[in-house]
Design a protein around this ligand. Structure first.
Ligand code: FMN
Length: 366
């Protein structure tokens, strides 16, 4: 049963050792000032290099793309050099690692973006959404997001250029590829989901129009580094960070068809992951399988059994285990041998130092 998880799989030019993905997880430990990936992060990812694929934490493509204090960027030379430490450490242990490229759009606060007003598809504020700031004066903490301004055509072109450059920077930093973060209510999701987009130009209205920005960003990045090194993460059914689509099955099946046409190497679907969340409809997973020929990854509350079933059912090619990877650096080995899993400490997820990042041990048989 578990064998299905330990078959190799081809991902573009890469042959991955197993079907287990460490999905992107923000840990907010980049070096300050400058939001630079560091030695501590390199050790953390290297400890988890037995995953078939690591997708590193959300990484802003520009200063305007940052939503939370202390997340890493990939637009300065120092940031590229910081990430090189991470990719070298993972490759030394035989792992594969993609960068997750992130622009938060409206999910931020002026204190995180140099005092600017955030940008989005539309001038619509995300309701009941908070972000973490560290403005240097008061205690760091959570604040409400503010109303963004709608991006002009010029802004759109500019941000597409930033994504393109970030993809090039990721390759320079030694990543095996990039994952475009189009999930969880951030900028690209703010174009896709009908309730976050009230534009009346060619970027709003119909599904085709709301997918236009996604398509143009993917094309620009693929042109720069090759579609066989570009994956995309989508979150069809979540309302995370205040984005909701009125017809998610139709919208995201169309997204799958678009990404198929653009030949991206994988689609990574973030499923709803809170307790008692409804399952993703099987008819949607079937529609994605029919529309899209590349590698399909699902993540969200998987355990060994559910993952093995998903792979054997044929609608998924790889499975992401998020929270389990935090406290179990040797997760694939534990899954293979049926060893118990350790629980993570929620208090050390974001910010801080080695504690809760590097000190989770591998399994020791007693
Ligand atoms: C601490 C933490 C940080 C996360 N950060 C990101 C992120 O930067 N980008 C992203 O796409 N998803 C992020 N996620 C979502 C995870 O990638 C994953 O989809 C989610 O945890 C569900 O999987 P799980 O139930 O196996 O944990 C984060 C999740 C956690 C727990």
């Amino acid at each position: 049963m578990k064998d299905s998880m330990f078959q190799t799989i081809q991902l573009g030019q890469l042959t991955l050792a197993n079907r287990i993905v460490m999905p992107p997880m923000t840990r907010s430990r980049a070096s300050q000032p400058g939001n630079i990936a560091n030695e501590m992060m390199a050790q953390y990812y290297a400890q988890r290099a037995s995953a078939g694929l690591i997708v590193a934490e959300g990484t802003q493509i520009s200063p305007m793309g940052q939503g939370y204090a202390w997340t890493p960027g990939i637009y300065s030379q120092e940031q590229i050099a910081g990430w090189k430490k991470v990719t070298d450490a993972v490759h030394a242990k035989g792992g594969a690692i993609f960068a997750q490229l992130w622009h938060v759009g409206r999910v931020t606060h002026p204190d995180n973006i140099g005092g600017e007003q955030p940008i989005s598809s539309s001038a619509l504020k995300a309701e009941n959404v908070k972000v973490f700031i560290d403005n240097g004066s008061d205690e760091p903490g959570f604040v409400d997001v503010v109303e963004p301004r709608a991006m002009t055509k010029q802004d759109i072109e500019h941000v597409i250029g930033e994504y393109r450059q970030a993809a090039l920077n990721a390759i320079e930093a030694g990543f095996d590829g990039i994952e475009l973060h189009a999930a969880n209510g951030y900028l690209i999701n703010q174009f896709i989901d009908s309730q976050a987009n009230n534009r009346s130009d060619e970027y709003g209205g119909s599904i085709e129009n709301r997918l236009r920005f996604l398509g143009e960003v993917v094309e620009a990045m693929s042109d720069a580094i090759g579609a066989d090194r570009v994956g995309v993460r989508l979150a069809p059914f979540t309302s995370l960070n205040g984005t909701v689509d009125n017809t998610p099955v139709e919208t995201y099946t169309a997204a799958a068809a678009l990404l198929n046409k653009l030949n991206v190497v994988y689609m990574h679907i973030a499923e709803v992951d809170w307790d008692d969340a409804p399952d993703t409809p099987v008819r949607f997973k079937q529609a994605v399988r029919e529309a899209y020929q590349g590698v399909i990854i699902y993540a969200g509350r998987y355990d060994t059994d559910k993952a093995a079933k998903a792979l054997e059912g044929g609608l998924a090619d790889m499975i992401g285990f998020g929270r389990p990877f935090i406290a179990n650096p040797d997760l694939p080995n534990r899954i293979r041998n049926g060893y118990p899993l350790a629980a993570h400490d929620p208090a050390t997820l974001f910010g801080g130092n080695e504690k809760g990042l590097l000190d989770y041990p591998e399994y020791q048989a007693v």
